[in-house]
Design a binder for this molecule. Structure first.
Ligand code: GLP
Length: 239
C-alpha cells in the first residue's frame, strides 16, 4: 500500500482526479470502477472541470459502480444510480449505456449479482477502482464479518452503516437495510485501486491500514495484499 497525504480535502480530491485523468489519457477505453458516498464528490467535480476544459474525454470510457441499495428504484434520489448521474455522468461526455450500476429493483437479486460479475469479466476487468471506506472499515458494502464474500452478492447493512448513511435520507424516508455489492474478489481483480479517506470520523479505520495485519473485521485491511493500492488521505485523518 502506498500512502499519499494532503493538507486538505480539496488537494486530495485533485490528486485523485489527476490519477484518474492519467488512466483515461493512457487508455481512452478504460473500465473505471466508481464509488459513491461523500468522499469522492470532490474528485468527481475536478473530473467534470477537466472534461469541460477538454483535457479528458469520456466518450470511450465504461464505468462499473461498486454497489447499490436494495431494494431501491434507480429514479429515487437516494439511489446510487441517481447519485452517479447527478454527481458525474450528467456533466461529462460519457455514453450512458456504458455506465453500469447494479439494478436496485431486480426481481431476482442473486441473478442480478451473477450478471454483474459476468459483465465485469466480459469487459476485461476493471482498470482502476476508486474506493471510499466506511467508519467501520467496510469497502463497497462488504461489512465487517467473520466471512467475506468473493463475488457480487446481496447483503444486509450493519447498524453502524445504517446510522452513518441515514444522514442522506430525510425524515420519513425509509432507508433500505440491504444492498447489492461487489465482493472482495471482484474488487481485488481490479488492476489498480485508489482508496480515498478523509476526516476525523475515519481515524480508527485509517489506523487499521497502517499496521502489519489484516482481518475481516476491517475489510479494507485486506487491500494490503493487493499489489497496486494507493491510499489518498487528508491531514485530518492522518495526523
Ligand atoms: C457507503 C458506500 C461505500 C462508501 C461509504 C463511505 O456505505 N457503500 O462505498 O465508501 O459509504 O461513505 P462516505 O464517503 O460518505 O463516508
Amino acid at each position: 500500500m502506498k500512502f499519499l497525504k494532503f493538507n486538505t480535502y480539496e488537494e486530495m480530491s485533485a490528486a485523485a482526479a489527476n490519477i484518474m485523468a492519467e488512466q483515461i489519457k493512457s487508455k481512452p477505453n478504460s473500465v473505471l470502477g466508481l464509488a459513491t458516498g461523500s468522499t469522492p464528490v470532490g474528485m468527481y467535480k475536478k473530473l467534470i472541470e477537466m472534461n469541460k476544459a477538454g483535457e479528458i474525454d469520456f466518450s470511450d470510457i465504461t464505468t462499473v459502480n461498486l454497489d447499490e441499495y436494495y431494494p431501491i428504484d434507480p429514479a429515487n434520489n437516494q439511489s446510487y444510480r441517481y447519485f452517479m448521474n447527478d454527481n458525474l455522468f450528467n456533466h461529462i461526455n460519457i455514453d450512458m449505456d456504458r455506465t453500469n450500476v447494479l439494478y436496485g429493483l431486480a426481481e431476482d437479486p442473486d441473478k442480478e449479482c451473477e450478471r454483474y460479475e459476468q459483465l465485469i469479466k466480459d469487459l476485461g476487468g476493471i482498470d482502476i477502482q476508486v474506493l471510499g471506506i466506511g467508519q467501520n472499515g467496510h469497502i463497497a458494502f462488504n461489512e465487517p464479518e467473520e466471512n467475506l464474500y468473493l463475488n457480487t452478492h446481496k447483503t444486509a447493512l450493519t447498524e453502524s452503516t445504517i446510522q452513518a448513511n441515514s444522514r442522506f435520507f430525510s425524515e420519513g424516508e425509509i432507508m433500505p437495510t440491504a444492498s447489492l455489492t461487489m465482493g472482495m474478489g471482484t474488487i481485488f481483480a481490479a488492476k489498480k485501486i485508489i482508496l480515498l479517506i478523509n476526516g476525523k470520523a475515519k481515524k480508527a479505520a485509517f489506523e487499521q491500514l497502517l499496521n502489519d495485519r489484516f482481518c475481516t473485521s476491517c475489510p479494507a485491511t485486506i487491500l494490503k495484499l493487493h499489489p497496486d493500492v494507493t491510499v489518498i488521505c487528508d491531514a485530518e485523518v492522518a495526523d
